[in-house]
Design a protein around this ligand. Structure first.
Ligand code: GLY
Length: 302
């Protein structure tokens, strides 16, 4: 099977001054994951690697660089899914670790459960020997400044201000390996100034993330509350079942997101036939993928 790979680094209004950092970040993630696939590695390893590279890059709202809640703390969500057997690992509202996607994979592979949250998820991380990080280690000055601005003038729940509020974005990756197995993963610090305990679409099966060898695999980014209402990632892979390719399904799904709930965001997708697709209805979306000729391509706006 011809391997395939696409990654994203969020879909919002990305400030011009941050375009280069976003492009470098998604490029580095795609390069690292593509090496794994080219050497015959499995899709799950490629997805985990791509996401860890972006969690370690404070450009993005995931791992180090995550946004702060309205009480000034970082809470992160992540999920990984194996399309060969539909196994899922998720963590929600996790604090104090740098790589939530690693923990999500451990939930999938080393527990009887699919989803761990909060302090229990952190205890599991400690049990598994993952390095715990102090809040200060994960917090970057950009997010402290944003938090201070919101303390003075809290964000209003209009689409415009919500869109303007997001510069760093959720990260995600989708891969197909030489054995024809699909995997998808997503990791995020969520939305800025949210209530503590808020969990978004990213770690919810079929909402922000989905993978099924019979159809395709997808990772979403954008306004989590709206994305979960339309179960976006599963919606997209269902369209593949009905005969659409990855690009058609990505476009149709984002159009549906807006038409049904006036949602904004982006989606990356690989179908079972190795086609790669992505679409967004936000001003920007950072993405990198391998094209049909094996070249690494990057994108940030039309
Ligand atoms: N889409 C990421 C979030 O809303 O948390």
């Amino acid at each position: 099977m011809k391997p395939a790979l696409i990654v994203h680094g969020g879909a919002w209004r990305i400030d011009e001054s941050e375009h280069a950092a976003h492009l470098n970040g998604v490029r580095a993630a795609a390069q690292a994951a593509w090496e794994i696939l080219q050497q015959g590695g499995i899709a799950l390893d490629a997805v985990e690697k791509a996401i860890m590279v972006m969690e370690d890059d404070s450009t993005f709202d995931a791992g180090r660089g995550s946004v702060l809640t309205c009480v000034g703390e970082i809470e992160m969500d992540a999920m990984i899914m194996d399309g060969s057997n539909l196994r899922v690992g998720s963590v929600g509202a996790i604090q104090g670790i740098q790589n939530p996607i690693r923990l999500a994979r451990l939930v999938m592979e080393e527990t009887e459960h699919n989803f761990l949250v909060g302090s229990g998820a952190r205890q599991f991380a400690r049990m598994k020997g993952l390095r715990l990080a102090a809040q200060a280690e994960l917090t970057v000055p950009r997010e402290v400044e944003r938090f201070r601005q919101y303390q003075i003038s809290p964000p209003t729940p209009t689409v415009e201000s919500f869109m303007a509020a997001h510069s760093g974005g959720t990260v995600g990756a989708v891969a197909l390996d030489m054995d024809g197995n699909l995997a998808a993963g997503t990791s995020t610090g969520g939305t800025p100034y949210s209530l503590p305990g808020r969990v978004g679409d990213s770690p919810l099966v079929g909402c922000g993330t989905f993978a099924d060898n019979e159809t395709g695999a997808a990772s979403a980014t954008g306004h989590g509350e709206r994305i979960m209402e339309v179960v976006l990632a599963k919606h997209a892979t269902d369209l593949i079942r009905y005969g659409h390719n990855a690009q058609q399904a990505a476009k149709m799904s984002i159009e549906y997101l807006y038409k049904r709930v006036e949602g904004f965001g982006g989606l990356i997708l690989i179908d079972k036939d190795s086609n790669v697709g992505f679409y967004h209805n936000t001003p920007h979306m950072a993405a990198a993928w391998i094209d049909d000729s094996g070249n690494l391509r990057t994108y940030i706006h039309p």
